[in-house]
Each structure stands twice: as C-alpha cells, then as structure tokens.
Design a protein around this ligand. Sequence first.
Ligand code: SAH
Length: 394
Amino acid sequence: MQQYPKITLRKGKEESLKRFHPWVFSGAIQRADEGIEEGDTVAVLTSGGELVGYGHYQIGSIAVRMLTFSDTPIDAALYSKRLRQALAMRQALGIAGTAYRLVHGEGDFLPGLVIDIYGTTAVVQAHSPAMHLARHIIADALCDIEELHVDNVYYKSETTLPFKAQLDPQNEYLRGQFVTDIAEENGLRFHIDWLRGQKTGFFIDQRDNRRLLQQYSQGKRVLNMFCYTGGFSCYAMRGGALKVDSVDSSAKAIQLTDENIALNFDEADRQRHRAIAVDAFKYLAEMQQGDYDLIVLDPPAFAKHKNALRNALIGYRKLNTKAIEKIAHGGILFTFSCSQAVSREQFRLAVFSAAAAARRKVRILHQLTQPADHPINIYHPEGEYLKGLVLYIE
Ligand code: SAH
C-alpha cells in the first residue's frame, strides 16, 4: 500500500465504491488522518481497514474523487497512461475536425479534469484542487504524447476551482504559446476564444447535433437562440437556410458569431444572416407567430445545483412554451438542457408541459445527447448531462 494519508469509511459505505462509483461523500467518512489537506492524494479504506483505492481529497460534499480502485499509485505514469487511453478512444471515433474533447472527467477516469484540444493547443480545466496541483505533470504528459501533436497548453481554471480552496489559479500558458485560434469542425471553421470565452472557448459537445440541424435547414427561416459562437448558425447557413437569425444577450457572443459567419461565408452570402444582442425571453415575447420554421433553444445550465432544480424546470417550460407557440406550422424545434441536475425525464416533462400549454400538436423526432468524445462512465451515470429533443410542431 502507498504511503498516502488515510480516509476510513463508515461501515457499509464502500458499497458504491465496490461498483466503481468514483465519489466518496463527506458523510461516508468515519475517520481521516490528521493534517489531511485539500488537494492531497489519499488512500481510502473500508471500516475493516481494507484498501479500496486512491483518490483526490477536497473539502465539500464530494470529499474524495477516486482515480484508482487498486494499489496503483497516482503519479506521472498514471496520468500519462490515462491520457493515452483517452486518445486511443478518440482515434477510434474518427472525429471530423481539429476540435475535440480529450478528457471528460469521470468519463475518462480522471475526475476533476477536462481537456479540450484545438489543433495543437490543449485547453486544460481543473475542477478539483488536486488536479490544479497536478497541472504541470499533466501539461508535460500532453506534450510528451507524440500522436497528440500538442505544443501549447493553456490552463484555464480561474472559474472552475472552489474559491474557498484559496489556490488563486492563474489562467496562463503552461507550455508553448498562442499560435492560432482557428479550429475546424465538420469542415466549418471557428475562432475559439479560450482566453476570454466561456468554458474552454467553444461548445464542442453540440458537434453532432449541429450536423443534424444542417440536414433540416434547406429553405428554412432559422432562429438560433443562445447562439454564443454561432455554431448552429454556421451549420444552418451551410444547410441552405433562407435566413438565419442568431440571438444572444451577450454582445461579445454576437461579435464571435459574426466573426465565425465571416470566416465561412462570403459577403454576398452573409446577407442571409443577422446577429442580434437581446434577451431571449424578450425576443421570444416580441416575435410574431410564424416568423421561423426552425428554432434552436440551447440555453445555459438553468440548474447548476440540485436546489435550483424547481426554478430551472419552470425556466425550461416557459422558454419552450414561447417557442412552440410561435414556431410556424410544420416547424422544427431543437431544444436542449445542459444542466446535470436535470434528468432526461424531467427535461422531457418540462417540454411536454410546454407543448400542452402552447396547445400545439407535437411529435418527438430525435432524442439527442452528448457526443462520444464526452463519454459517460457506466459506473457514474451523473456524467450524462446534455439532453436534447427535436420536435415536429404541426
Ligand atoms: N448554443 C451555443 C452554446 C450556448 S451557451 C453553442 O452551440 O455553442 C449559452 C449562451 O446563452 C451564452 O452565450 C450566453 O451569453 C447566452 N445567454 C444567457 N442568458 C441569456 C438570455 N437571458 N438571453 C439570451 N442569451 C442568453
């Protein structure tokens, strides 16, 4: 057994860990070695003193995130191995483009870590103090994997780490430097602003859903609500939409959308597109019934935590009611929730109530989820966060 500080569980509390669920909740802990600090690697033991595995400790409701369920230490070799395994899986997927998620936390057996790749740049986000402390080991491992072709590692955790941990992370290049901010997805090009943008700069998780939208766009009047960088808008344009209106309350997002449209379409073609900075609820309230044939609703997570769930569901219902009421006859609605706290069933129920409130005939055409480079660890169902429905509205 490794010489890590020890955490001993209450009797019976090893059950979910025996099924490889990677979280130890603080309430499951019987005893912790003196002097354990946030960010420490710890050994987790059953009440009988048997080793369960090793994980990362932090103060909070999730006290330990497990990385191994055996006597394998958490060291540079382990990070390197997990990154290689993550890459091998992505290679098997044959992702079209230079933008993909290499590490999706628990889904890649690296809880607390997210890594997105944009060409030769990796954008790393730590969600736990221990991953923050390991950032240089991770950056070295990324640059050492030749097949990955990563020369630049940008660390971006100012907003993702628990601020009480007082780690004071800096957003900075750990390796290399700024080279280009343009990445490609299914043949479309996008500026990715990892320096100032949300998350790692781009919502890679909508890649497959955007491609599906393209297939429905020919000759349609499209509204891309919550457009951010204009991902869905570019696909709708390429799919032959009659016109595309992109709406976001953030002026920065509107600017990014315009830049990405300009990157892919010439000036004459761009006449089909408009980007509007306005609040979604205001826009939906003021638009006319029948203005659009195809609407995308991809709002930010309304429920970041379980206790915000009720209001989030009300939010989804209101938003979808307006869109279903106003969409043209024979219209198609792509509607999403990226809140982890909202289950697939709860989201579907919110949209069902919206359809009933709007008194329209509604059928489900597709049920969407996150793409394969955002895998769900089968022992950690919480990893499934993106839910979408494509609806046909008479
Ligand atoms: N669909 C995007 C991602 C959306 S992220 C993509 O495919 O990349 C959510 C976006 O909603 C953000 O850009 C944020 O600025 C915007 N937003 C948040 N609240 C809003 C509101 N009330 N009205 C309009 N936009 C809003």
